[in-house]
Design a protein around this ligand. Structure first.
Ligand SMILES: [Ca+2]
Ligand SMILES: [Ca+2]
Ligand SMILES: [Ca+2]
Length: 174
C-alpha cells in the first residue's frame, strides 16, 4: 500500500543510485587516492601563473607529492599519457633558501625524489620545483629551477570537491 515511507525510501534509493554513477573527478582529471590530478600538457606558465591557474578550481593548488606511491602515480601518468618534458609542482624554497615546502600547505617536504646533485640553487637562484620527465621511472625526477621559467604544470584538487556540478548531497556518501 502507498505511504509516505515508500516515497522516502524510493527517494533515498534514487539519490544513492545517482551518486553512485556520478563522476567524482572532472573530465580530464585523473583520480588517485583522495585527490584528482590535472596535467596541463597544453598550457605552460611560470610558477606563479601556474599556481594562480590551479586556484581557480575549488580546493585546487599546484601538486603536493607526499609519498612514494603518490610520486609513482604521477610519474606513471607523465610517462604514459602526457607528452611534455617539464612540469611544475607546488614545491618551493623561495621563503627561506634551502627549506623546501609545499606551497598549498607550507608543510616541509619530507619525502623527496631529487635528481642527482639537486636541489642545486644554480646561477642566480632556483627556488621552484619541477619534474623533469625522462624515459623511465628512474630518470623522471625532481629539479629546482628558476621560477620564471615557462613549464607545464600539475595540480590537484580534493576528491570530494572536484565535481563542480556536485550538489553536495552526495558528499556524505563518499
Ligand atoms: Ca598530493
Ligand atoms: Ca633555492
Ligand atoms: Ca637545479
Amino acid at each position: 500500500m502507498f505511504s509516505w515511507n515508500h516515497v522516502l525510501l524510493l527517494s533515498i534509493i534514487l539519490l544513492i543510485k545517482e551518486c553512485a554513477t556520478q563522476e567524482r573527478c572532472l573530465e580530464g582529471f585523473f583520480h588517485y587516492d583522495n585527490a584528482c590530478y590535472f596535467f596541463s600538457s597544453h598550457l605552460s606558465a611560470d610558477w606563479l601563473e601556474a599556481g594562480s591557474f590551479c586556484k581557480r578550481f575549488p580546493g585546487g593548488d599546484l601538486v603536493t607529492i607526499e609519498t612514494q606511491s603518490e610520486n609513482n602515480f604521477i610519474k606513471q601518468q607523465l610517462l604514459l599519457k602526457h607528452g611534455q618534458k617539464f612540469y611544475w609542482t607546488g614545491g618551493t624554497d623561495e621563503f627561506f633558501e634551502g627549506h623546501w615546502v609545499w606551497i598549498s600547505t607550507m608543510q616541509k617536504i619530507s619525502y623527496t625524489d631529487w635528481f642527482h646533485g639537486n636541489p642545486s640553487d644554480s646561477g642566480s637562484g632556483e627556488d621552484c620545483m619541477e619534474i623533469m620527465v625522462g624515459l623511465s621511472d628512474q630518470d623522471t625526477t625532481w629539479n629546482d629551477v628558476d621560477c620564471s621559467k615557462k613549464a607545464n604544470f600539475i595540480f590537484e584538487v580534493p576528491y570530494v570537491q572536484c565535481n563542480l556540478a556536485n550538489t553536495c548531497t552526495c558528499t556524505m556518501l563518499y
